[in-house]
Ligand binder design. Structure first.
Ligand code: PLP
Length: 374
């Protein structure tokens, strides 16, 4: 059997990771300013994380969720405290796509409606919402297989309000800050307007924080820069630092009932061990403060670089907008300077999503490399 190839690969084989660096099979060292699609929140092979997973797997890695798994309670308690959503409930699953599918279902169960409003350049995983994060019409046609989704421009509050007026939309879903679509911040005012419009029409308000959450922007969730409290928040990526885990954070207004949602792997012992270790490290090492400080440092050091037209995002979820496509620049950063960075669907945006443990010294390596190349 061969692998079914649906994404391009760098010709690099990573065999080891340590902190903010990874090493290939030739022993070459790379600075990770991509964090594997924003997944590496606490750095590669963090000792607390390694210990937690090793100890857990030496006892038990998995048993079905038909038994009590105390690590789940520990996780929801820690997550509630660190995120400020102590009165919300947590449903554990395995990925961002799964979290969003469950969120859509919950919304529809809640108000009996089937339509969804989402935003252009948004991305919610390869779900029934996988609509907007590409300009390629072939891919759009292939993934947009439901007619129940209406897309709006970020900022088009009047458009959304008009669409909600008929009171037949189940939910509005929006990223805290759009990730792959180019690091686009919806802004506090727009988010607050959306929340109000949802409340007025009994529409469920969902924040997809799969990429923008878990402390990366300097607050636990990117939407916490606005004065809102969504009904549902979806999480994954940084939650397990590489161990697959996702979650749906649910308002106490929604009542759980047996059979409403389900999962085989969600909330297993190992996933919870990973999730708990991540939350401990984010808290103990004050990584949200670090995300803000290093993010601000990068932006201030790159100010005045004429090839950079603008900068988007917050903390360590950054998009540098160049005056031309960044494909070549990314290639040079990787080949010459051994630095991984990310791309967006907007070809002029260089996406930076390093581990939240990056230091000023790491940032300087990236900053100097960019300055030398442009
Ligand atoms: C905002 C957002 N939501 C959902 C997803 C899907 O997550 P997963 O790949 O874990 O299914 C992604 C993945 O890139 C994402 O960026």
């Amino acid at each position: 059997m061969k692998n079914y190839k649906v994404y391009p690969l760098f010709d690099i084989t990573i065999e080891k990771g340590e902190g903010n660096y990874v090493y290939d099979t030739d022993g070459e060292k790379y600075l990770d300013f991509y964090g594997g699609h924003a997944v590496i929140s606490i750095g590669h092979s963090h000792p607390t994380y390694v210990k937690a997973l090793t100890e857990q797997v030496s006892k038990i890695g998995f048993y079905s969720n038909s038994v009590v798994i105390p690590q789940q309670e520990e996780l929801s308690e820690k997550l509630g405290k660190l995120s400020g959503y102590e009165d919300y409930n947590l449903f554990l699953c395995n990925s961002g796509a799964e979290a969003n599918e469950n969120a859509l279902k919950l919304a529809s169960f809640q108000n009996g409606r089937r339509k969804v409003i989402a935003f252009k350049n948004g991305f919610h995983g390869r779900t029934s919402l996988a609509v907007a994060a590409t300009d390629n019409p072939k891919i759009q046609a292939a993934v947009n297989f439901t007619d129940n989704i209406q897309l709006f421009e970020l900022g088009d509050l009047e458009g959304v309000k008009d669409a909600l007026a008929a009171k037949d939309v189940a939910c509005v879903i929006i990223e805290g800050i759009q990730g792959i679509g180019g690091i686009n911040d919806p802004g506090a005012e727009f988010l607050e307007g959306l929340e109000e419009a949802c409340r007025a029409t009994d529409t469920v308000f969902i924040l997809d924080e799969v990429q923008s959450g878990y402390g990366r922007t300097g607050k636990f969730f990117a939407h916490q820069y606005a004065n809102i409290q969504p009904d549902i928040i979806t999480i994954a990526k940084g939650m397990g630092n590489g161990f697959p885990i996702g979650g749906v954070v649910i308002t106490p207004k929604f009542e759980a009932s047996f059979g409403q949602l389900g999962t085989t792997f969600g909330g297993n012992h190992l996933a919870c061990a990973a999730g708990n270790a991540v939350l401990d490290v984010i808290k103990d090492e004050d990584l949200m403060t670090n995300a803000t400080e290093i993010g601000d440092y990068i932006l201030s050091e790159l100010e005045g670089v004429s090839a950079i037209k603008s900068a988007r995002g917050k903390g360590l979820l950054l998009g540098l907008v160049f005056d031309e496509p960044v494909k070549e620049l990314r290639g040079e950063l990787l080949k010459k300077y051994k630095i991984f960075t990310g791309a967006a669907t907007d070809p002029k945006v260089l996406r930076l999503l390093p581990p939240m443990t990056v230091t000023k010294a790491d940032a300087d390596i990236l900053i100097n490399a960019i300055k030398e190349l442009v």
